[in-house]
Design a protein around this ligand. Structure first.
Ligand SMILES: Nc1ncnc2c1ncn2[C@@H]1O[C@H](COP(=O)(O)OP(=O)(O)O)[C@@H](O)[C@H]1O
Ligand SMILES: N[C@@H](CCC(=O)OP(=O)(O)O)C(=O)O
Length: 371
């Protein structure tokens, strides 16, 4: 079998493991599966490669202690299960990593942590420091505080964003299925794709949701989306089963390899483009639309003709050209109620009329992504 240099040459790898790969048939965390995974990760560390683990399983781990038979539907119950389960999950990782002389560091992230500039910087710095100290970060979504609106809901995309945040050289997605198939793997005659070089290879592939175990979320849809985000940012992705973890991480050609398709771009922006629901629309005049699209300029109030929606400062909004096309998405610096007072005014006028702070740009170029 050929060896994948994308794997063997990677100095930093993000590994994501899904709930379905950590649970027993009866539900709850399977300590054996955690142990086997940690043994593999310790092997990767032993050859000098840094590892960040993104682990699902908090909700699954909380089911048994709460006497629940299956993943609850309601958000509050899921949050409660995650609250109970996350501690147990990280405890398992801490114990297993300690057998190899390694230290686990829990990192719980919300959508805000990868979209808002200040939060993003914090998360980035924390992860960088943990890696510097030789700690193995164990990341999960902060399920207990995430609401429907500000929730990834799945860890696949979170893992892709973490991979970019830590400038990983490779993302490995471990699931209960050994690769991406051209149809749902339960259907006879479906075949595994060994390599995906771009969108063309995905044409005609039936990408289904949740697997048979019923503990995961998102199924293949979110994994392919995660692969798009990572590869579009220059990071190759290997998708395979947790049982293949050892082979995948030593570079064997198992599962599906998604080749890098793009150059690295800032994480938050990819998230904005791919997964954020805009909370409103800013209407731009022709000059502003041109400046944003062709020159990568920040959006100034002078180029605004109106707005729609009930957004607050910091929310994602679409920037719409005079023809009604959404040309960009960005994080707005004003509440919707403030915008009418700003329309068409230069920064100097705003400063004069409203004082300090109102001369700021409406959407900063660093918080903008073209659609
Ligand atoms: N085209 C496909 N190729 C492979 N698996 C698929 C496909 N379509 C749907 N699936 C399902 O996606 C499941 C994996 O997703 P999920 O259950 O969310 O796992 P995880 O907990 O690892 O995130 C597989 O078990 C499989 O049944
Ligand atoms: N944050 C959640 C993960 C959600 C989930 O089930 O994700 P996944 O199994 O990766 O599809 C948890 O820890 O239970």
């Amino acid at each position: 079998m050929s060896t994948r240099t994308e794997v063997t040459s990677a100095a930093r790898i993000v590994v994501k493991v899904g709930s379905s790969s950590l649970t027993t048939a009866a539900g709850g965390i399977d300590p054996e599966r955690v142990r086997r995974l940690v043994d593999v990760l310790a092997g990767v560390r032993a050859r000098g490669t840094e590892v960040v683990l993104v682990s699902s399983g908090a909700i699954a781990a909380g089911l048994a202690p709460l006497g629940l038979k299956k993943r609850p539907r309601g958000l509050a119950a899921q949050q409660a299960a995650a609250s109970v389960g996350q501690g147990l999950l990280v405890h398992r990782y801490t114990e297993e990593l300690a057998r190899h002389g390694l230290i686990a560091g829990q990192v719980l992230l919300t959508v805000d942590d990868v979209t808002r500039r200040a939060h993003y910087r914090n998360a980035h710095q924390t992860l960088a420091e943990l890696l510097q100290l030789g700690v193995l970060p164990v990341v999960n979504e902060n399920d207990t505080v995430a609401t429907h609106e500000i929730r990834f809901g799945d860890n696949d995309r979170l893992a892709a964003l973490v991979a970019q945040m830590v400038h990983a050289d490779l993302l490995v997605l471990l699931s209960d299925v050994d690769g991406l198939y051209d149809g749902h793997p339960s259907q006879p005659g479906t075949r595994m794709l060994h390599e995906v070089r771009g969108e063309a290879d995905l044409a005609g592939v039936q990408i289904g949701s949740v697997g048979a175990a019923g503990v995961g979320t998102g199924g293949m849809v979110t994994k392919v989306e995660a692969a798009r985000i990572a590869t579009g940012a220059g990071i190759p992705v290997v998708l395979t089963s947790a049982d293949n973890a050892s082979a995948a991480l030593t570079g064997d050609a198992v599962g599906t390899l998604f080749h890098a398709t793009g150059k690295r771009r800032p994480t938050r922006l990819l998230w904005l483009a791919h997964a954020t629901e805009p909370k409103g629309r800013l209407l731009l005049d022709a000059g502003a639309a041109r400046a944003v699209v062709s020159r990568g300029a920040s959006l100034l109030a002078a180029g605004l003709t109106g707005c729609e929606g009930a957004f607050e400062a910091g929310d994602p909004v679409d920037l719409v050209d005079p023809a009604g096309a959404s040309v960009a998405r960005g994080l707005v610096n004003f509440d919707a109620s403030e915008v009418p007072g700003l329309l068409g005014k230069s920064s100097a006028v705003l400063l004069q009329e409203f004082g300090e702070g109102y001369d700021r740009v409406v959407v900063h170029r660093d918080d903008l992504v073209l659609l």
